[in-house]
Design a protein around this ligand. Structure first.
Ligand SMILES: Cc1cc2nc3c(=O)[nH]c(=O)nc-3n(C[C@H](O)[C@H](O)[C@H](O)COP(=O)(O)O)c2cc1C
Length: 145
């Protein structure tokens, strides 16, 4: 039984490559061992995270509980949680995108400004944005970095 969860949060400090790698190194190996897939979207300068997680309900719920307790970010806000028939991010045990590096037009399609504003987005729009980033090739699978 699979679920998909989408949340937003604010980084506790300025996001830089080291900060992101510290999260992703652990996340990708743990996610692989639990069969969790997903994508982490950041925007350096905005200090925001938008993450999609897919996997078994038990594992996704338990990971989300850990994520909520993680002091590296705050204001963790659930945007969407649903049972799913199939994964949309099956190829990404933790795909990453830093929105500074892509065409900002994609974000603009989902927000009133060309900055990531997950707190102002519906869960559906947040998921659609991540899907479009994946479709446009903006996401880097962790193992290829
Ligand atoms: C923005 C963000 C995203 C994270 N994503 C994941 C993830 O996808 N998988 C994972 O295992 N840990 C992730 N973590 C780390 C978890 O919060 C937590 O530190 C880790 O799962 C260990 O949990 P535990 O100390 O409860 O065992 C993330 C942390 C942050 C701040």
């Amino acid at each position: 039984m699979l679920v998909r969860l989408v949340y937003a949060s604010r980084a506790a400090r300025a996001i830089d490559d080291g900060f992101i790698m510290g999260i992703c190194d652990v996340a990708s190996s743990r996610n692989a061992s639990k069969g969790i897939t997903g994508v982490l979207v950041t925007q350096q300068g905005q200090e925001l995270f938008l993450q999609v997680l897919e996997g078994s309900r038990t594992d996704v719920n338990s990971l989300y509980a850990s994520i909520v307790r993680d002091a590296r970010h705050r204001d963790v806000t659930l945007l969407s949680y649903e049972d799913i028939e199939q994964r949309r991010f099956a190829n990404w045990r933790m795909g990453m995108v830093d929105l500074k590096r892509i065409h900002l037009g994609t974000i603009l399609r989902y927000s009133d400004r060309a900055v990531l504003e997950p707190y102002a987005m519906t869960g559906k729009a947040a998921l659609a944005l991540v899907e479009e980033l994946v479709a446009s090739g903006a996401i880097t699978p962790r193992e290829e970095r």
